[in-house]
Design a protein around this ligand. Sequence first.
Ligand code: TXA
Ligand code: MG
Length: 316
Amino acid sequence: MTERLGADAAGLARAAALLRAGDLVAFPTETVYGLGGDARNGAAVAGIFAAKGRPRFNPLIVHVADLEMAAQIAAVSPQAYDLVQAFWPGPLTLVLPLRKEAGLSDLVTAGLDTVALRMPAHPLSRALLQAFGGPLAAPSANPSGKVSPTTADHVLEGLSGKIAAVLDGGACAVGVESTILSLEPPRLLRPGGLPVEALETALGAPLAMGGDAAKPNAPGQLSSHYAPGAAVRLMATETHENEVFIGFGPGPEADLSLSESGDLVEAAALLFATLRKADVLASQRGAETIAVAPVPETGLGRAINDRLRRAAAPRG
Ligand code: TXA
Ligand code: MG
């Protein structure tokens, strides 16, 4: 059975021991809960795909304790170094050239010659990486295609019995996954918890968006992801009968709200939990659709809208 570990020295020691033994441990980051496994252990990484029921071996993000660990795994160019100084630890993932001697499982990088690295800011993920002493592969700790977890309860709802343990650190503060950036030239691969505007300011130039050879999806094609059970209708400006309505800011009376004051930071933090609540309400009422009010495409709104569009995409 899946152990629930406390946010204390005993919980951390147990989590690190399980990871060293090649077992899987979900842990909190500031973005969402990650499903962690030793990035150097092929069996552990394969176990991540199996536990999530991921149909494809997409490359995974590798989490590091510090810059030294990052530099052992990847070549950190001066431009990457500047971004690290500005934004690590935090919700920025950098795709960097993989060092051949890094010793990562090929499955983590899906055989690419680049690796996605991130240094999370959450105190528990940092303590866990320190205690474990190596790189952790960690996608979001949810079954493939489902809503990402922002609490330990969410993790257990989806993966109980399939992973060794979850380290319980309460609710995640940011609430959407990290922003992914590839370099030379800088290109945004996924909008996320670090607003694009902050990156553009640091880079001193507008950022090219999307479309990367490493991505299996054709540009512009949105795969269904982050999907609740009910269908999702976006940009809803009025409530329909037989729908659950999720509001944002002032607007029609809503069943649930991402943020009554229209605060994008609050909305990002509540996004996935609100989709889960809406799903429960929908099945209680026999409603087939979750309608969501428009969210502005600025700051964290970009990541929120990306996740909402995927939640609303045709299910394949
Ligand atoms: O916030 C987050 O980033 C969360 C938490 C747990 O840290 N992690 C997360 O990891 O979302 P993951 O493994 O699900 O992210 C995988 C995505 C891939 O779908 C791909 O878009 C990108 O990371 N990626 C990974 N390696 C890549 C590479 N070498 N080149 C391009 N993209 C890559
Ligand atoms: Mg995910």
